[in-house]
Design a protein around this ligand. Structure first.
Ligand code: AMP
Length: 412
């Protein structure tokens, strides 16, 4: 039905059954890849205390400043529909004392996320992510394992034209020196910057790298790069990540201007971009967030993770997946046979066959049409004497059978 007030809200969408098969395939592939590497599913609430994201994602980020769906509950508590998954997973890690488990704790999640963004192709206000987090180790081996998961998923699904960009933000202490350099570079040319970037020179100068404002881009072309300011330890960590990625046969390119939209990242950051997508070209990305758990009140705990947009992956795949058809459609030529049909359909489903029968009082001709519509491989036409005719819909071959033998006949 269409009509005023009866549409899905702006920036949201319905996934109709004919579009769902592709999602199922994606999630199935992801679960398999996560399972093989020992990552286990975690499910957290769709809303959290607003303070979690203010502290976890960062007050200077676009997400917290402008994009959160925040509301008061009846007890006047401020709640927010989750705009991303990492803060919630870290909250759960702390709340459930997961630091006592063998480390790193390896988790994955999937579900809807909410950001009040300007809707466009590949950017929605409710979208779905799939993500992985490995919490409790700063080994570069973890960086490589986590990055490989997304790289494997992209390869398994056959997403074309994807490139992995890799960078390092260094640890928080070491970054301070660099940020001073960057700020003075920005200040020295502040008249050329966009208003937004100028207003955030002090609080979030790194975001200037992400700007598509022409003047800002010109200023950033001459900006110092964080990669040249890494501490010896951070540089060594980054070297090892690169080397193990080579060992794991994961191709990448180094991007010294790479930054991410969330404040919590440290050391390794990465982004998988796809040249088949327009302006919103990132399929997924993430990085290390070695300071986040402590910032949220937990013990100092290094961690790394990523999130990928399910809709972005599907857009990049841009393929039709036809859902599997039915094994059998039971045709009932005479109302007296309905009881028999109901019993048979139920029995065959218990045998694991995909079986349908008419539910709308169709004529025999109409039932055959319906069998075609549901893409049934066979039809079984019940007969008054207790026998039935099994028809192979592809070849047209038809033979008389005992309905009890149908399950085996279809399987063979
Ligand atoms: P982020 O959580 O911002 O690091 O984003 C991770 C991934 O989620 C991105 O690479 C996108 O694929 C996807 N994503 C982020 N925001 C949106 C959005 N508004 N609509 C659709 N997908 C999104």
């Amino acid at each position: 039905m269409t009509g005023k007030g009866l549409q899905a809200p702006r920036g949201t969408f319905d996934v109709l059954p004919e579009q769902a098969a592709q999602r199922e395939r994606l999630l199935q592939a992801a679960r398999e890849i996560f399972g093989l590497a020992g990552y286990r599913l975690i499910i957290t609430p769709a809303f959290e205390d607003t303070a979690l994201f203010e502290r976890g994602v960062g007050k200077s980020t676009d997400i917290v400043r402008k994009e959160m769906f925040t509301f008061k509950d009846k007890g006047e508590r401020s709640l927010t529909l989750r705009p991303e998954g990492t803060a919630s997973v870290c909250r759960a890690y702390i709340e459930h004392g997961m630091h006592k488990l063998p480390q790193p704790v390896k988790l994955f999640y999937t579900g809807p996320f909410f950001r009040h963004e300007r809707p466009q192709a590949g950017r929605y206000r409710q979208f779905n992510q799939i993500g992985a987090e490995a919490i409790g180790s700063d080994s570069p081996l973890v960086d490589v394992e986590v990055i490989s998961l997304l790289s494997d998923l992209i390869e398994e699904l056959g997403v074309p034209g994807v490139e992995l960009r890799l960078g390092s933000l260094g640890s928080l202490d070491a970054r301070a020196t660099y940020l001073d350099e960057l700020k003075s570079h920005l200040r020295s040319r502040d008249q050329e910057l966009s208003e937004d970037v100028r207003a955030r020179i002090e609080i979030n100068p790194l975001r200037a790298f992400d700007s598509d404002h022409e003047g800002t881009r010109a200023v950033m072309a001459d900006a110092p790069h964080l990669l040249d300011f890494l501490s010896e330890e951070d540089a060594e960590h980054f070297e090892q990540v690169k080397s193990y990625l080579g060992t794991a046969s994961v191709p990448f390119t180094i991007d010294p201007t790479l930054v991410r939209g969330l404040d919590y990242y440290t050391r390794t950051i990465f982004s998988f971009v796809c040249d088949r997508l327009g302006a919103q070209s990132e399929i997924g990305g993430g990085g290390r967030y070695d300071g986040l758990i402590e910032q949220l009140g937990g013990p100092a705990t290094p961690a790394i993770g990523w999130a990928a947009g399910i809709e972005r992956i599907l857009l990049a795949l841009d393929e039709e997946v036809t859902s599997a058809g039915m094994d059998l459609f039971v045709v009932v030529p005479d109302p007296e046979l309905i009881t028999k049909a109901v019993a048979l359909v139920s029995e065959l489903r218990h045998h694991g066959l995909a079986v349908e029968m008419d539910l709308a009082g169709r004529s025999v001709k109409g039932q055959f049409k319906q069998a075609d519509r549901v893409n049934a491989a066979h039809t079984l036409i019940l007969e008054p004497g207790g026998t039935a005719s099994l028809r192979n819909m592809e070849t047209g071959d038809q033979r008389t059978v005992d309905p009890k033998a149908v399950a085996n006949l279809i399987r063979s």
